[in-house]
Design a protein around this ligand. Sequence first.
Ligand code: GLU
Ligand code: MG
Length: 436
Amino acid sequence: MSDLLTFVTTDYAGITRGRSIAVADYQPGKPKSVGWVPANMSLTPFDQIADPNPWGSSGDLRLLGDENARYRVALPGAATPTDMMMSWITELDGSPWALCPRTFLANAIADFETLTGLRFVASFEHEFQLFGTGWAQAPAFSLRALRQADPFGPELMAALGALHCAPEVFIAEYGRDQFEVTMAPSSGLVAADRAVVLREVVRELAALKGWRASFAPKTAVNGVGNGVHIHFSFQDASGANATYDPARPGRVSAVGGAFAAGVIRHLPALVALTASSPISYLRLKPHNWSSSYTWFGDRDRESSLRICPVTTIGGADPSRAFNLEYRAADACACPHLALGAVIRAGIEGIRAKLPDPPLFSGDPEALSPEDRRHLGLERLPATLGAALDRLEADKAAAGWFSPLALETYIGMKQAEISLAGEALDDALCTRYADIY
Ligand code: GLU
Ligand code: MG
């Protein structure tokens, strides 16, 4: 038996795909790539390539491994180690392919860092559900819910630790057999890579036990949502948190406020990239603790961009952990694309020197339309189709992509919408639960 090393990319459908070589054939320090196909980017989650698409049957690309982003771990019960290397999608000469999501993120981070002189730090928080476990229902957040999954939690934390993903907290969540894992912050590219690793490791660990893990935003129409919450902050050269300023509203620094304003301004377009499936919009509804309005909130879990709490227990420095949380994302979205788009929106806000968005806490649904307008609270698009229209109509957001990238993304998503069909029902949620 020869262990395999897989060169992976996570594509516009948020699915991690790749090709493998025998691990013995990999020579550290020497660039290694495997073949790839442009039309793969037009693959819908339903395994049908959007037709038409800009690529057809022609053209060739490479998946060029990033040797700083190799994740190898032996999972309990697996025949061979899981071994993946995050890869850049390149042309045959190694130059970046215009649609590579990882390059999209790396470029957004580089532009942010050039513009601000600050380091972009992030962490993805994931919720998921386990199916096929045969467990009795246990109360939400309970020790019993946590313990009946044993040793899933300890094995997952150990695997993430061995993968240097810095796991922090494992939670039995609110929903039935729903769990959450958080990881420590890292630089933006590493954070998105870790999101990929976490999803794949959770799925594999569950499958090794005969269960099925799903990160789908909804696994039943009236069920609990599985969110992906993207936490971020900025670090200055001294390592201090440049997002934090206790003298300002919400304790958000001027640069943090301008970034937040860009995110809020472009949110109706952003969700087309961060909540990227038709069923994502079953989750983005009021009173779901997800997000549903262009809403900047201080410690309010209904807001779309939330100022997170900090603790001062034991004399802790409140600036250390201070961060903002983008809540309008789910695991149908490619983490690199989602984070890259959030950063692009933030850059727009900084460049335009936008004032901080108004802070709101409460129930936007209880306000008059006029009061909502006054507070800048706009209901987010109610469907993926409407979100894609907003993406196309938002000239700045559309401009974050090359015309071919935008055409590919929108074309693939339109094909996904028609393959999903009209009914956003439990059957469709089950289809998504099986894929994600
Ligand atoms: N499950 C919620 C979501 O769909 C999040 C709940 C929480 O705040 O942890 O985003
Ligand atoms: Mg949660």
